[in-house]
Ligand binder design. Structure first.
Ligand SMILES: [Zn+2]
Length: 146
């Protein structure tokens, strides 16, 4: 029996079924043929958000805006975490200015905000920026680690 996991493609949001053992072997998306996992944060939008929050690999969402200084300062930390946890967690960025309706739906009151999803459900939320160490330890508390 091969255990499989469901993972939305970072590029086109198609749900891919992948043997769990192969997730670190850079699996290709069945639809767009690009790598399902990326080790860089990718942009989320209203059209793809629901689909991207699904699946067995958690999605960490950084809600930000270009006018927000703390958000810009936090961006490199978020990217570093994405590099370190490439196939354990997926890192999406939601521009709250470009997608105000979705931010409202998610109940965002301040930015930066971090929201962790698994299988389409929010499992944790954190307001305010964190250091890389704090971010990795917060993720670990919620079962995300290498
Ligand atoms: Zn794809």
């Amino acid at each position: 029996m091969t255990e499989t996991i469901i993972v939305p493609c970072a590029h086109c949001a198609t749900l891919n079924r992948i043997p769990s053992a192969k997730r670190q072997a850079q699996p290709q998306c069945g639809s767009c043929k690009q790598a399902v996992f990326t080790n860089q944060p990718f942009a989320l939008d209203t059209a793809t958000f629901k689909q991207q929050s699904k699946g067995d690999i958690p999605l960490l969402v950084d809600v930000w805006a270009s006018w927000c200084g703390p958000c810009r300062q936090f961006a490199p930390t978020f990217s570093q975490a994405a590099e370190q946890l490439s196939s354990q967690c997926r890192f999406g960025k939601l521009d709250s200015e470009a997608h105000p309706a979705l931010s409202g739906e998610l109940g965002i009151r301040s930015i930066p905000s971090l929201l962790l999803f698994r299988n389409g459900q929010e499992i944790a939320r954190q307001s305010g920026a964190l250091s890389l160490t704090q971010l990795l330890s917060w993720l670990k508390q919620h079962g995300v680690h290498n």
